[in-house]
Design a binder for this molecule. Structure first.
Ligand SMILES: Cc1cc2nc3c(=O)[nH]c(=O)nc-3n(C[C@H](O)[C@H](O)[C@H](O)COP(=O)(O)OP(=O)(O)OC[C@H]3O[C@@H](n4cnc5c(N)ncnc54)[C@H](O)[C@@H]3O)c2cc1C
Length: 480
């Protein structure tokens, strides 16, 4: 593993713990002020927790519980992330979704779901009959009674989202410290000391965006307000040949335990089936299981039997940070200069930017934010790894200007030597091969690195990660 930390300072105004989508979005927003901000991550890379392993749907929030903070922030996050994706080049496909009722009870639930969507500020759902359901998704299994359209549900690249937010934060001057786990804290009158696996860090404010670890850290601040249960979601990824079977997200009627098993195109040109929902004790259990596989195949046999004739090219699992509360927990403890962002369960990819915006309001109300900066750099332009948009190997002009974009090194996913070089030259280079996969798609295809592994390793060796300087220095004012 390469150390991709950008600095080794030990004193800050704000430390954000956790470099998932939520923490990266928060660090980016805090860097909009004249503060010294650090983004501290236990793992070796950004976006290596739950944010890397989800179903990657940009939710409208149509099915959230109306009146909750989650409902508000998902709806707002949908708009913020949609705009940010255009600015930064995060791939998004406006596929729309069709929620399908498979029995009378589910069919009877459709009007209530339509009303709920409207209560959540999304009035565009329509109830359709079985004929229309099969017109929209001809490959669907037999027995659908009707459905509810959700025209604005979209698929997005969760990897690029996390990386764009973290890159933006670093470009704004945030100090990134990876491989640094906060283990305990000492809160004093003016400063808090974070005791980490890489020594002490002092700071005025601490923002806890540690996902699955957020309840542990919350207890370190003396609170005992929630417990996280890791809820595993396993998924099957089908070969690109299956992509012709489906051009929109097919959703089940949601239950109290979650959104249920869906079939969806992926942003990389595959089809995905999942996720499961299984409560565990082990917060590191991101492996897949035989039982999960069997369960999903059973679901798939009803939802889309033809899908099961295609090859499964990958399986993966993510852990939702489920809590005993039915909502997000975003709370400011002004006395300890501490903020909890907890319980961001199954919608945080969509809502992350809105959570950061909400935190900005809360901190401003607490008088913690000094002058806003007027010298922020433009958002980064991210490399496209979405299948629906032009990739370097398809761009004749780009290849003519730089032949490295014409030299394919991963043939399943058509990743070029130029893209691998760029990943290592970027502001946040990959810490290892999995990070390279999330930045380029290298080894993400049906061979899973079997054929291209040696070539990729050679390309990696050719571009060793330099230890880079921090982004431009900023004139700082202390946090209040
Ligand atoms: C199966 C599944 C499907 C999902 N589908 C969707 C979807 O379609 N759309 C959607 O919007 N959302 C979806 N989600 C939810 C979404 O993925 C999460 O809400 C989101 O990724 C949470 O981001 P986060 O930054 O809070 O957590 P994480 O990404 O887990 O980041 C937290 C980080 O904190 C770090 N950390 C923990 N403890 C410490 C410590 N002590 N010190 C330093 N660092 C620490 C961790 O290493 C981790 O990197 C899904 C989730 C799952 C599991």
């Amino acid at each position: 593993m390469t150390d991709i930390s950008t600095e080794t300072e030990t004193d800050y105004d704000f430390v954000v713990l956790g470099a998932g989508i939520v923490g990266a979005a928060v660090a980016r927003v805090l860097a909009g002020y004249r503060h010294r901000v650090a983004l501290v991550e236990a793992r070796d890379d950004v976006g290596d927790g739950t944010s890397k392993a989800n179903t990657a749907i940009l939710h409208t929030g149509f099915d959230a519980k109306p009146g909750t903070l989650e409902s508000r922030l998902v709806a707002r996050g949908y708009r913020l992330l949609s705009d940010y994706a255009i600015q930064t080049g995060i791939p998004v496909e406006r596929t729309g979704a069709l929620l399908v009722a498979w029995n009378e009870e589910e069919f009877a639930a459709l009007p209530g779901l339509q009303t709920k969507a409207a209560d959540n500020g999304y009035p565009h759902c329509e109830i359709v009959d079985a004929t229309e359901v099969y017109r929209q998704v001809p490959a669907l299994g037999e027995g659908a009674l009707g459905g509810l359209t959700v025209p604005d549900e979209s698929i997005i690249c969760t990897w690029t989202t996390n990386l764009a937010l973290a890159t933006d934060a670093v470009a704004r001057g945030v100090g990134l410290r990876t491989g640094t786990r906060a283990e305990s804290v000492t809160v004093a009158a003016d400063r808090t000391t974070l005791h980490t696996t890489r020594g002490d860090i002092t700071t005025r404010w601490v923002i806890n965006a540690a996902g699955l670890g957020s309840d542990y850290l919350d207890r370190a601040f003396g609170h005992n307000r929630f417990h996280i249960t890791p809820r595993r979601g396993e998924l099957l990824v089908y070969d690109k040949l299956a992509r012709t079977l489906i051009d929109k997200i097919v959703l089940p009627v949601p239950t109290s335990r979650g959104k249920g098993v869906l079939v969806s195109p992926t942003i990389y040109g595959n089809v995905m089936l999942g996720p499961t929902a299984e409560d565990l004790d082990d917060r590191s259990a991101t492996g897949t299981s035989e039982a999960g596989f069997e369960f999903l195949l059973g679901k798939g046999a009803t939802l889309m039997p033809r899908l099961l004739e295609e090859e499964v090219t990958a399986t993966y699992a993510g852990l939702r940070a489920a809590t005993d509360f039915g909502d997000y927990l975003v709370e400011v403890d002004a006395d300890q200069r501490y903020v909890l962002i907890g319980g961001i369960r199954s919608t945080g990819l969509t809502s992350g930017m809105a959570v950061a915006e909400y935190l900005d309001e809360l901190l401003a109300n607490a008088g913690a934010l000094p002058g806003a900066r007027d010298d922020l750099p433009a958002p980064p332009r991210m490399p496209n790894i979405g299948e629906a948009f032009t990739r370097p190997y398809q761009d004749a002009d780009l290849i003519a200007s730089d032949p490295a974009y014409g030299r394919v090194v991963c043939f399943c996913e058509r990743v070029t030597a130029g893209e691998i070089r760029d990943a290592y030259a970027s502001l946040i280079p990959p810490a290892g091969l999995d990070g390279l996969r999330r930045r380029t798609r290298a080894m993400n295809g049906r061979c899973q690195g079997f054929f291209c592994g040696a070539e990729i390793n050679a390309a990696v060796e050719a571009h060793p990660c330099p230890r880079r300087a921090t982004a431009p220095a900023i004139k700082k004012e202390p946090a209040r």
